[in-house]
Design a protein around this ligand. Structure first.
Ligand code: SF4
Length: 407
């Protein structure tokens, strides 16, 4: 089966605001079930499902939830909707097309871990989504799904929106926590990790929008049934943002294990004017650029470890033979240079030098020495920087030099 709709099944079935329509479409049934279950049992179902984080890192979801459950005192939950990477738009679709599904996943998580307060951290440019989610919160409060003694139980949970201010690095969870606290969006030295000491020093569970959206299905049908979807390596579905030179760009939901080439050819209907593919970037600007010979690879985080990278948040950007490889990499590095927070030297100064070197390649002025400098500088930034931006930004350079060297 090429597409499977666990997360997108209600898209265009209601207006994304009317809670009664969501209820008619079997909304909140999973949450009603969850609040009758012991907290450990909920986390066990999630463990059985083998759900991993959909924001890029692919960490097992139940481990963070278990760690939160074992802590005492006030606990915070954060939904990371700071979708700022070029090529990604899945969170915006979820926010606008089925915001109550996100809320239901958040409520299940909050109940299971004992969190009493939550933040929706939404990318500042998503104006429509922010306004819409604000209405969703108000409606849910009036309907008894948010606030004190939810559905007349002992469970209370308050949710508020924090609007990002345009910095890409705030999608990184440590910078995001600083931003929620009203500080400049710069990462923290770790440990401590968020489940020990997160927002305002309190234990904090942070998950991506898409991760939360999987929880209602897992609770409703059980972790075992959920784990039947996908592949040996990864369970469930993945939202794929298909863009670039394909005929049918857009958002697709496919089971893990689907070959990349099937997404491009069968869902995207191949390239515009059927011009041959030269390369594909997976996972957005910080993902690897791979040649057509590797497109039979499946969509799986483990499969991408050969690139020392993850599948990322789900972007597939297709480039044809008219694209210039180094021009693409230069644009990526210019983006990261602009977005570097400047906290660590290899990232702050390294991206300046990467851009300088890549301009030589684009203008056919690069020497063998420039080639070696590009290679070693990319490795240094990848291995010595403090947060995910610097650790992953050189991936497109490293993969380019691996697969297209001297092409
Ligand atoms: S890697 Fe870059 S963005 Fe991350 S903390 Fe260092 S300077 Fe800031």
């Amino acid at each position: 089966m090429l597409t499977q709709r666990l997360l997108t099944q209600r898209f265009n079935q209601y207006d994304g605001i009317n809670i009664n329509d969501y209820l008619k479409l079997d909304g909140f049934i999973a949450f009603h079930k969850a609040i009758t279950m012991p907290k450990e049992a909920i986390i066990n179902e999630i463990k059985t499902s083998r759900l991993t984080g959909r924001g890029g890192a692919g960490f097992p979801t139940h481990i963070k939830m278990q760690a939160m459950l074992q802590t005492d005192g006030d606990k915070i939950l954060v939904c990371n909707a700071d979708e700022g990477e070029p090529g990604h738009f899945k969170d915006r679709y979820l926010l606008e097309k089925d915001p109550y599904l996100i809320l239901e996943g958040i409520l299940i998580s909050a109940y299971a871990t004992g969190a009493s307060h939550g933040y929706m951290y939404i990318r500042g440019e998503y104006d429509q989504a922010i306004k819409q989610f604000q209405r969703v919160i108000s409606i849910a409060e009036n309907k008894g799904y948010l606030g004190k003694r939810i559905l007349n139980t002992d469970f209370s949970f308050h949710l508020e929106i924090r609007r990002g201010a345009g910095a890409y690095v705030c999608g990184e969870e440590f910078a995001l926590m600083e931003s929620i606290e009203g500080k400049p969006g710069r990462t923290r030295v770790k440990p401590p990790y968020p489940t020990d000491k997160g927002v305002f020093g309190k234990p904090t569970l942070i998950n991506n929008v898409e991760t939360f959206c999987n929880l209602p299905t897992i609770i409703l049908h059980g972790g075992k049934t959920y784990a039947k979807v996908g592949s040996e390596l990864a369970t469930g579905t993945k939202l794929i943002c298909l863009s670039g030179h394909v005929k049918n760009k857009g958002l697709y939901e496919v089971p893990y294990g689907t070959p990349i080439i099937d997404v491009i050819n069968k869902l995207g209907n191949g390239t515009v004017n059927d011009i041959p593919i030269q390369m594909v970037q997976i996972g957005g600007a910080c993902g690897p650029i791979i040649p057509p010979s590797l497109l039979t690879m499946s969509i799986d985080n483990e499969a991408f470890e050969v690139f020392d990278a993850k599948m990322g948040a789900g972007a597939i950007i297709v480039m044809d033979e008219n694209d210039d490889l180094f021009d693409i990499v230069l644009r990526n590095m210019t983006f990261f240079l602009h977005e570097s927070c400047g906290k660590c030297t290899p990232c702050r100064e390294g991206h300046v030098q990467l851009v300088h070197l890549l301009k030589k390649f684009v203008n056919f002025k690069a020497t063998d020495k420039d080639f070696q400098s590009l290679k070693s500088l990319a490795e240094v930034i990848h291995t010595t920087t403090l947060c995910g931006l610097g650790q992953t930004s050189p991936t497109s350079i490293i993969s380019t030099l691996t697969y297209f060297e001297r092409a």
